[in-house]
Write a protein that binds this ligand. Structure first.
Ligand code: F6P
Length: 468
């Protein structure tokens, strides 16, 4: 529910910190989300009267807004469901996500036609709803932190409504290089950049993405950042205190025992090595090439058969989009194919699980011998940061050079080109054969680098930078 007084710090994002389901008896059940923003926001304390403006995402959320049910410090916007679907699925997760992660198969896509223009109009309406709500709720001179590719137009719209505000925009995704960004129609590309440039500061997870944004501005809008917007970089880190405490609770221990049982032991009674990956099944995560690399490892180096297991947790994401559902099906098909090709009565080469279970993810982090993080492109990839922090005995990180995390972790990881399946198979072999003392040393350094900027500090740094 909206607080009664105007807020001096506001956050805006599509997905908020809470969501609602309608139960069979008609009651509403609230689920709290986690993540960097939630823990970051908690750092400034309730007395600041911070407000998080987000969108209602499903029927439960919409019902909560209509019944006036809500949390102190959260305002959920009941944007028309069709408008939201166009903006979120059509523009944000299809066009903008695909551009920034360079996911198009360009002979046939993208097609920016009349249907795209119709969806773009919804994206504008949805961004305007956020800008108007923020303008209404913000105290004079308040700081507003706008998040992500869903809300690129908000900074400029809000600046026009409320010139007194200090506005920041933060991109959690990569930013496309100019040649790829310019797949977008010229006027749309200019609108996206101009929208973000309405902010006092545009911030990114790595210098690489910040530089790409600046290059796109030059290519599309002409030399110089026209509005004088400052560019910043804040590399969100893992929340070490939370992760270490949470990963030592009994439910995680229980799941570790189950996983150890499933992974099993070699003929001479030693635990098999585990190559672990944990992802939301997004097209950019490159799970299929990870499985192909694992298969190549088993094919080319038969000595690994029965001695290693690939634990792959691939949780559902954006299931309204057919291409995401098809991708999940392909992951499943390939895992089954590898298991029927190489599996034996006592050994399942791939343990694939698609049901989200946070305690089980943490259990897999603790026992991983090798962490496989090979995205095509990724804003940061927090899994790459979390695994070394939680690991019990050290794990080798096989890391894509296209993940934002590579900037901070590259030195102590084994680096891969995400498209090079044979190279990834070789990297897996190198990881599995790394001496244990080297593995432990590297893990220590990785954990230190991964926790350099905890979520609370990440958030405060952005607020402070808006003041300066
Ligand atoms: O994983 C990165 C990210 O782009 C975040 O910035 C953003 O919060 C999230 O994905 C959006 O995911 P969803 O579509 O599930 O809300």
């Amino acid at each position: 529910m909206a607080p009664t007084q105007a807020a001096s710090v506001l956050v805006a994002s599509n997905r908020g910190p809470i969501s609602y389901d309608v139960r069979e008896d008609g009651s509403l059940h609230a689920k709290r989300g986690g993540g960097g923003l939630v823990s970051g926001l908690s750092a400034i304390g309730p007395e600041t009267g911070a407000l998080w403006v987000c969108s209602a995402l499903g029927d439960g959320d919409r019902e909560a807004v209509r019944r006036g049910v809500g949390e102190q410090g959260v305002r959920m916007l009941d944007i028309d469901a069709d408008v939201h679907a166009d903006a979120y699925n059509g523009i944000a997760n299809s066009a903008l996500w695909f551009v920034h992660h360079m996911l198009y198969q360009t002979p046939l896509e993208p097609v920016f036609d009349a249907e795209f223009r119709r969806q773009w109009a919804s994206y504008e309406t949805y961004n305007r709803a956020f800008a108007e709500a923020l303008a209404e709720e913000a105290a004079p001179g308040a700081a507003v932190l706008v998040q992500d590719y869903h809300l690129t137009l908000v900074p400029r719209m809000l600046r026009e409504l409320r010139p007194d505000l200090r506005i920041g925009h933060f991109s959690h995704t990569p930013w496309a290089p100019p040649d790829y960004f310019r797949l977008l129609p010229d006027d749309i590309a200019a609108q996206v950049l101009g929208g973000i440039l309405g902010a006092d500061r545009a911030a990114f997870l790595t210098q690489r993405w910040a530089d790409a944004f600046t290059e796109c501005c030059h290519a599309v809008l002409g030399p110089g950042i026209p509005s004088g917007t400052r560019i910043g970089v804040h590399g969100l880190g893992a929340d070490a205190d939370f992760l270490r405490e949470r990963s030592h609770r009994p439910d995680v221990a229980e799941r570790m025992a189950e996983l150890r049982e499933q992974i099993g032991t070699t003929a001479d009674g030693k635990p098999r090595q585990a190559i672990v990956r944990v992802d939301r099944t997004e097209l950019s995560k490159n799970i299929v090439r990870g499985l192909l690399a694992y298969r190549e490892l088993l094919t080319d180096r038969p000595e690994w058969r029965e001695r290693v297991v690939h634990v792959a947790f691939a949780y559902p994401s954006r299931q309204d989009l057919a291409v995401y559902r098809d991708y999940m099906a392909e992951v499943e098909r390939l895992a089954e194919e590898i298991n029927s090709q190489y599996g034996t009565p006592g050994w399942t080469p791939v343990l694939l699980n698609m049901k989200d279970d946070f305690a089980r993810s943490l259990a897999s982090y603790r026992l991983a011998d090798v962490a496989l993080v090979n995205p095509i492109r990724d804003g940061m990839n927090l899994v790459a940061k979390e695994m070394p922090v939680v690991s019990d005995d050290g794990c080798v990180l096989v890391l894509s050079r296209e993940a934002g995390a590579y900037e901070e972790l590259g030195e102590d990881a084994i680096t891969v080109n995400p498209y090079d399946v044979s190279g990834t198979a070789r990297a897996l072999h190198e990881a599995l054969t790394m001496p244990l003392d080297e593995r432990a040393e590297r893990t220590k350094r990785l954990a230190a680098a991964a926790t350099a900027l905890p979520p609370a500090q990440w958030f405060l740094d952005q607020l402070n930078a808006l003041d300066s």
